[in-house]
Design a protein around this ligand. Structure first.
Ligand SMILES: Cc1cc2nc3c(=O)[nH]c(=O)nc-3n(C[C@H](O)[C@H](O)[C@H](O)COP(=O)(O)O)c2cc1C
Length: 224
């Protein structure tokens, strides 16, 4: 699969089968995590076979957004005093999501519908758990969902083709509650203005959106 196919194939999946993730795939994901962590000053960890995090969430009343039969997750962790922590977790978390999708796995970013206290990752005093990414073999590959239009996420009227492709990929990015609360404006050369509109977890969202945009644009963007 090329990156466009991977981006189009990815949907959030909340129900998983009992099929275990093969060791080779775990190794590939850990390799990427080990590459990201020192470069980004993050402490991302892949946790296998730890179902309580999702199983113990909710109970009878809180069924919306509950994850079913998910035993694995990626914990997105970094320094409490890092001003860009949430955005960095979004950007690098999505790198891992797309890598996992390319390996035939299913995922779901989860910032709300899980039990934080059951996360067994190593988190030091000066670190914070931002959110997790559920991971495994889904019952299905998920569904195409509603999306904003290009005109709704940019105020720019004229722009090159690569900017439009960037927007197309950005609109395929996962965002909390599918809120898509961002605007991206073309400022010339490779410079793009990213505006985060207020909404729950929108700082994580903007990191994810920037990663998708750069893949679509096919270039490193200077973000303003
Ligand atoms: C930062 C973030 C937090 C999320 N938190 C949850 C969550 O707590 N529970 C859940 O079921 N889905 C969660 N999601 C998944 C979104 O609902 C999903 O990405 C969105 O509806 C778009 O659908 P798609 O991922 O299939 O494109 C979250 C997504 C993001 C990006």
């Amino acid at each position: 699969m090329n990156i466009e196919e991977i981006i189009k194939k990815r949907h959030s999946v909340r129900s998983y089968t009992s099929k275990e993730i093969e060791k080779e795939k775990i190794d590939i994901l850990n390799e990427l995590i080990n590459d990201i962590n020192p470069k980004e000053n993050l402490h991302i960890q892949l946790i296998i076979n730890d179902p309580d995090v999702f199983d113990k969430y909710g109970g009878f009343i809180l069924q919306y957004g509950k994850l079913h039969n998910c035993k694995n997750y990626i914990a997105l962790i970094g320094k409490k005093d890092d001003n860009l922590l949430e955005e960095k977790c979004g950007y690098n978390g999505e790198k891992l999501v797309l890598k996992a999708t390319g390996l035939g796995l299913n995922t779901c970013f989860v910032a709300g519908t899980y039990k934080k206290k059951y996360v067994t990752a190593n988190i030091s005093e000066d670190e914070e758990l931002v959110c997790v990414i559920a991971l495994g073999y889904g019952e299905t590959n998920g569904n195409v969902r509603k999306s904003k239009s290009i005109e709704e996420v940019t105020d720019s009227k004229e722009y090159p083709d690569w900017f439009e492709k960037g927007l197309e990929y950005a609109l395929l990015a996962p965002t909390a509650l599918n809120q898509q609360k961002f605007k991206l404006n073309y400022l010339g050369d490779n410079v793009v203005e990213a505006i985060t509109l207020t909404g729950p977890k929108s700082k994580i969202d903007i990191g994810i959106v920037k990663y998708h945009f750069e893949l679509g644009a096919g270039r490193k963007i200077i973000w303003k």
